[in-house]
Design a protein around this ligand. Structure first.
Ligand SMILES: [Fe+2]
Ligand SMILES: [Fe+2]
Length: 204
């Protein structure tokens, strides 16, 4: 399958990444479940941060829709993990997301909010890229896992677009374009500096 031409990412994960992480499918599902939970929480936190005085008209609807999807994903992934004999760990770290969050221009009003939306969008886009690789790399007789990864691609692709489209409603397009380009460069560096391991946002 060709790479995701419709994703803006500036680093392409090699397919060998998927083969490697799928050697520990339960650890990967555990990491994945935690990410879905964090994505749901993040959408609800963003919901609270609507920009005053003129929030985009669809702010609450968009954040609610993302949060609802992520809770649904969490339910599906954690059920699959349990059925396969795994267990959701109590703690979870995502150094990739932590590095991205350091880029937020805190205390800068609309600029801070745009940064938060862009980081959310980047995480969705990267997850989307990796779900495609996983869907292609899963061994053929594991239809369940294949269906999970292929199904999530579309949903996370929709989320990537929702977040970036909200950012475009908050700052003028030139400011959004400039910041987005900086963020895409930063993300490409951050993802490549991650250590390998059975995680959605690991390095190779
Ligand atoms: Fe999700
Ligand atoms: Fe998502």
């Amino acid at each position: 399958m060709p790479k995701d031409a419709d994703l803006p990412l500036r680093y392409d994960t090699p397919p060998a990444w998927a083969t490697a992480v799928l050697r520990e499918p339960l650890a990967l599902l555990n990491d994945h479940a935690h990410l879905e939970k964090k994505a749901a929480t993040n959408a609800l936190e963003l919901l609270n941060r609507w920009p005053e005085p003129n929030p985009p008209e669809n702010w609450v609807t968009a954040m609610t829709a993302v949060a609802r999807d992520e809770v649904e994903h969490l339910a599906v992934v954690s059920r699959l993990l349990a059925r396969r004999g795994g267990r959701l760990t109590k703690s979870h770290a995502n150094p990739y997301a932590s590095e991205l969050h350091k880029l937020v221009r805190k205390g800068r009003g609309s600029e801070e909010l745009v940064d938060r939306l862009m980081i959310s969008s980047l995480i969705e886009a990267r997850s989307c890229e990796r779900f495609r690789l996983l869907g292609d790399a899963v061994v053929d007789d594991d239809r369940e896992l294949q269906k999970l990864y292929r199904g999530l691609w579309a949903s996370e692709h929709g989320h990537y677009l929702s977040f970036i489209q909200l950012a475009e409603q908050i700052l003028p397009s030139t400011a959004v374009e400039k910041r987005w380009s900086q963020m895409l460069d930063a993300e490409a560096k951050i993802i490549q500096s991650q250590p390998p391991g059975p995680r959605m946002h690991s390095g190779v």
